[in-house]
Ligand binder design. Sequence first.
Ligand code: FDA
Length: 307
Amino acid sequence: MLGPVILAASRSDRMRRFVSAAPGTKQVVDRFIAGETVDQVVPVVEDATAKGLEVTLDVVGEDITTVEQSYAARDAYLELIARLKELELGPRAEMSVKLSMFGQALENGHELALANVRPVVEAAAAIGTTVTLDAEDHTTLDSMFAIHEELRKDFPQTGCVIQAYLFRTEDDARRLAEAGSRVRIVKGAYKEPASVAYQDKAEIDKAFVRILKILMAGKGYPMIGSHDPRLIAITKELARQAGRNPDEYEFQMLYGIRSDEHVRLAAEGHRMRVYTAYGTDWYGYFMRRLAEKPANLLFFARSILTK
Ligand code: FDA
């Protein structure tokens, strides 16, 4: 019951101000956000890659309101890529972007987001890595998939995310499961209406498995973004049935969640990429993490009350 309430709050400016100013917030935010600046995230990347993990870096931010902010988002990623170049990690450090941070919801937003994300994808390719387009709420997805298709004409390795909770996703998976594609499958983290998305956890899990089967049987590169032990076991079995080697798909998990499992799966010989979010505009990202697990909210409430 709490999840939808927290997700609604994730879009409220009043709640944003309250949560951001509350004493004790930072302590909880730090669990999920790897730092505020590039300088702070670089050691986190070095530590993860030294442990045999890979990373996808997300400069947090979304739902911007001015064109200038969209340019700032582009520049933040370009600054990050300049630092990654020095680390020479190639595809072991890729990036995840949210197109709403690149101006997708502004006037002529589709064109603006494409114009902003293209130089980032170009710069990533120049250092031997790539970018994955995150999936936001369902109203943004046609534009995201169109931008993905456009970018893939020049940069075929550009990835995208599909969300198991949406009714549309099985069709998207069939369309995307082609040679050379990179597709991350996740359960879905936004508040979606019953007209477009499954609401029941068991239904979402079943849809996830159906989509996973499509991706595993297809010719693309599936990226499994989940911490769910059952889905991880099913992934291993489906990969085995499809005759895929461990380098023909990868697991992905979020920084700060089931960290022991990151290392354990990597030690088992799996590719494991940690979605590592950093930056100052963490509110939306943080609230989705609270919504996913009520225990996080209790911990958060306790840390505010005891400060
Ligand atoms: P589930 O929520 O059932 O969790 C399984 C177990 O994992 C829990 O029992 C708990 O132990 C642990 N866990 C999960 N979330 C936790 C949390 N917040 N705090 C503590 N423990 C937690 N969504 C989206 O809509 N668009 C996107 O682009 C992405 N991108 C993305 C990238 C990557 C790498 C991951 C892992 C996830 C996303 N997501 C996402 C988020 C995704 O949709 C989903 O909300 C979360 O992954 C939680 O779902 P699980 O599959 O982990 O299962």
